[in-house]
Design a protein around this ligand. Structure first.
Ligand SMILES: Cc1cc2nc3c(=O)[nH]c(=O)nc-3n(C[C@H](O)[C@H](O)[C@H](O)COP(=O)(O)O)c2cc1C
Length: 252
């Protein structure tokens, strides 16, 4: 049997540098809210990140997405109004002692970012029966989410920040963008060049939540079947690799 080094030496494999570039992109991707610069994003850059999104996996190859590229200040303002309304309601939903912290968080960059992109899902795109969606109807929604993640990572590789804003009154969003009733807005993204990228999620820095230990999230064979590092080599490895992400993170 071939060893791993031989397996990785085949034409379809990536070089060490290429693999590192992928991890660098993943671990340096951040949700950006506050550091947008007004600089124009060239069309060739925008085109590349949209191509990346369009090559996401999709259930039954349904490609249920559309990409609404928003440049108009007037439209952004309407969406921002939908954010303000939802955000005021959202603050009230948290425990009293967390509400001030919540209100201090910056949770969008709709106006400051030069481009906003709304990624949608057309649930009827390829007829009623879709390979892979026959028993799990939400798979088309997840497919559009895959497009979001592709765009987010490609944008990071292009030096662009992306912030996902989900705190928006959906009716206000649909009206602002003239989205038909049967089309589902999946993600509203703020996109632009940035002054810097944070090293950690802003919610972590703000003390809102910490990254959970990966080893606590891994089960074996059954839900909630955990093994400790003494009896399971994968857990040992995960713990050894605790700083795996850190080595790729460059900026603060
Ligand atoms: C589905 C989804 C919705 C999100 N909605 C918002 C949002 O409305 N406002 C916001 O500031 N961040 C939003 N985020 C970003 C998360 O807060 C962020 O991904 C998380 O704190 C981890 O930080 P990181 O993306 O920088 O690693 C959203 C992320 C996802 C995946």
């Amino acid at each position: 049997m071939e060893n791993v080094a031989e397996l990785l030496n085949q034409d379809f494999c990536f070089s060490d540098d290429e693999r590192e570039a992928l991890y660098k992109t993943i671990f340096n991707r951040r949700d950006v809210r506050g550091q947008f610069k007004p600089d124009t994003i060239p069309d060739d850059v925008l085109s590349r990140i949209l191509h990346a999104a369009h090559h996401a996996p999709s259930v039954g190859f349904m490609q249920p997405w559309n990409f609404i590229v928003i440049r108009s200040d007037e439209t952004k303002q309407k969406v921002h109004n939908g954010f303000k309304e939802a955000n005021a309601e959202a603050a009230e939903m948290f425990e009293a002692e967390r509400q001030d912290t919540y209100r201090a968080l910056k949770l969008e960059g709709i106006i400051e970012s030069p481009i906003n992109i709304c990624i949608t899902c057309d649930r009827a795109r390829s007829g009623p029966n879709v390979i892979g969606r026959t028993h799990l109807k939400t798979m088309d929604l997840y497919s559009s989410v895959c497009a979001v993640q592709n765009l987010w990572l490609a944008a990071r590789a292009e030096g662009l920040g992306v912030g996902w804003v989900s705190i928006i009154k959906q009716q206000a969003l649909k009206e602002a963008l003239n989205i038909p009733a049967d089309i589902v807005p999946i993600a509203y993204l703020c996109v632009g060049y940035v002054s810097h990228f944070h090293k950690k999620p802003e919610l972590e820095t703000a003390g809102w939540r910490k990254r959970l230990p990966l080893e606590d999230l891994i089960y074996f064979d059954q839900w909630n079947e955990k093994r400790n590092a003494e009896e399971e080599s994968l857990i040992r490895q995960v713990e050894t690799d605790l700083d795996f992400a850190e080595q790729f993170i460059q900026y603060d």
